[in-house]
Design a binder for this molecule. Structure first.
Ligand code: FAD
Length: 432
């Protein structure tokens, strides 16, 4: 069978790998010149680094198993990480249960409740009931308004801005579940995974396997249209011409899929509710360590970035010629002024605030800086999301969809994009 796939992020690459492995004639189209989508890397300090900060959890079995299958397990670095919380002009440790019990911005009883809530949610296996209630209402009702304001509200606003109040409890449940499950027994340590050489190793290996399986990869070729004949998808239209296929998969975000093809009206209406937030990520190379933490949550409303990630507090600086690596990240609407502003203005805003968190920061010591804007970064998960979530098979015969919004009730992550690729491939394999 001839299969066309649009989008060479982790989901598209996995689907192409699986389907080519099963003997199908696969062509993968990527609009960018590089593969990997959100997980792609750049040349940096004599090695590769992910454009956007990333780590995996031990519980991320879809990607852990794929890495193993591709013979890359020995490249995995599983290391302890330290988390901090910035609030009221101070940095607090926020990794272990003891850190949380000592977290001064909350009254003691609320600190205990934060721990109990996490333990409770990891024991519950029925996520369906959390579709009925927003995370804000649930936390305020069962754990308390103060805990919402200081911890979960701050986190939700970091991810979803003013839309935080719409987010279903299912999202918070999914996130806490995977995060705690990824911890060592007892929950005291957080061990995270990174690839020696960046996740580019995984992307390159999948590319090699696809080509070995006689697949074709077309870089810099966007799919402009899904060709539909007699209500069946029969190919893709691109600037290189039309390509005919027996089955096609689109792994791009719902807003892109919607533009590629005309769906029946009722189905098309679902896309109005399949919204994403964008992200701005700054990557900095410098000489100085700023804090002892890998990941700092900015628990304050006035910070222009929501997370400060000192990558070299997780991965040894020796991998970057002794330099330090910092990411600053912000989730936001693509209509937000910060998303649209020129890089110079954004840099000034980020760096001015960074000095408040880490007075040791000196812009003159910055050796290299990159800014990335990603319009489709975080699906927004409203109440009753299972009623609008897309299936792999669309109403158009032979057209399949596999994008991050289809990851549910878990929160999106590379491992679940591997799952999307595996599952959409399985659907196609069993449909013959
Ligand atoms: C700020 C941020 C931090 C993250 N941190 C982590 C982390 O620490 N750990 C983790 O596991 N995950 C993390 N993630 C999530 C992870 O990056 C994603 O889950 C995963 O990379 C998504 O892969 P995908 O293939 O589903 O989508 P994408 O990577 O978005 O791939 C879609 C691809 O389709 C291409 N495309 C779009 N339109 C077309 C078209 N018309 N024709 C052809 N190609 C097209 C795009 O260029 C892109 O390459 C993070 C995400 C963000 C935004």
């Amino acid at each position: 069978m001839k299969i066309g796939i649009a989008g060479a992020g982790i989901a598209g690459l996995t689907a192409a790998y699986r389907l080519s492995q099963a003997g199908h004639e696969v062509t993968l189209f990527e609009k960018e010149n590089t593969l990997g989508g959100l997980a792609s890397s750049i040349d940096f300090a004599g090695t590769k680094i992910d454009r956007i900060y990333r780590h995996i959890f031990k519980s991320d079995l879809h990607i852990v198993n794929l890495i193993d299958e591709l013979g890359l397990s020995e490249k995995m670095l599983w290391l302890e990480s330290k988390m901090g919380w910035f609030r009221d002009g101070k940095l607090y440790p926020f990794t272990t249960p003891l850190d949380i019990l000592s977290f001064k911005p909350l009254p003691f009883i609320d600190r205990v409740k934060v721990g109990l809530m996490a333990v409770y949610l990891t024991k519950v296996n029925n996520w369906k009931k959390y579709e009925e209630i927003t995370a804000k209402t649930w936390v305020e009702k069962y754990v308390g308004k103060k805990v919402y304001e200081v911890i979960w509200g701050a986190l939700l606003e970091q991810k979803f801005g003013e839309r935080a109040k719409e987010v279903a409890m299912t999202w918070l449940y999914g996130r806490i579940h995977s995060r705690i499950a990824g911890r060592e027994k007892g929950g005291a340590k957080e061990v995270l995974g990174y690839m020696d050489g960046s996740y580019q190793l995984l992307i390159d290996k999948m590319e090699t396997e696809i080509v070995k399986n006689k697949g074709t990869i077309k870089r810099g070729v966007a799919v402009n249209k899904v060709i539909v004949e007699n209500s069946k998808a029969t190919g893709f239209s691109t600037h290189e011409g039309e390509f005919k296929f027996d089955k096609v998969i689109v792994t791009a975000a719902p807003a892109i899929l919607r533009k590629l093809v005309e769906f029946p009206k009722a189905y098309d209406a679902r896309f109005d509710k399949l919204n994403y937030y964008g992200a701005v990520v700054m990557l900095v190379r410098m000489k100085k360590q700023l804090t002892p933490y890998y990941w700092i949550n900015m628990g304050v409303k006035d910070s222009p970035f929501v997370a400060m990630i000192e990558h070299t507090n997780f991965i040894d600086k020796k991998y970057y010629g002794g330099d330090r690596v910092l990411y600053l990240g912000k989730y936001l609407s693509t209509e937000d002024a910060l998303y649209k502003m020129p890089n110079d203005e954004l840099k000034k805003i980020f760096f001015d605030y960074l000095k408040k968190v880490a007075p040791a920061f000196d812009e003159k010591e910055v050796l290299e800086m990159h800014i990335y804007r990603e319009p489709f970064s975080q699906p927004i998960v409203p109440l009753h999301f299972s009623e609008i979530k897309l299936d792999y098979q669309t109403p158009i015969e032979n057209l399949y969809s596999a994008n991050m919004s289809q990851i549910y009730p878990e929160d999106r992550g590379m491992s679940y994009s591997v799952m999307l690729g595996n599952e959409v491939a399985k659907k196609i394999n069993t449909s013959f």
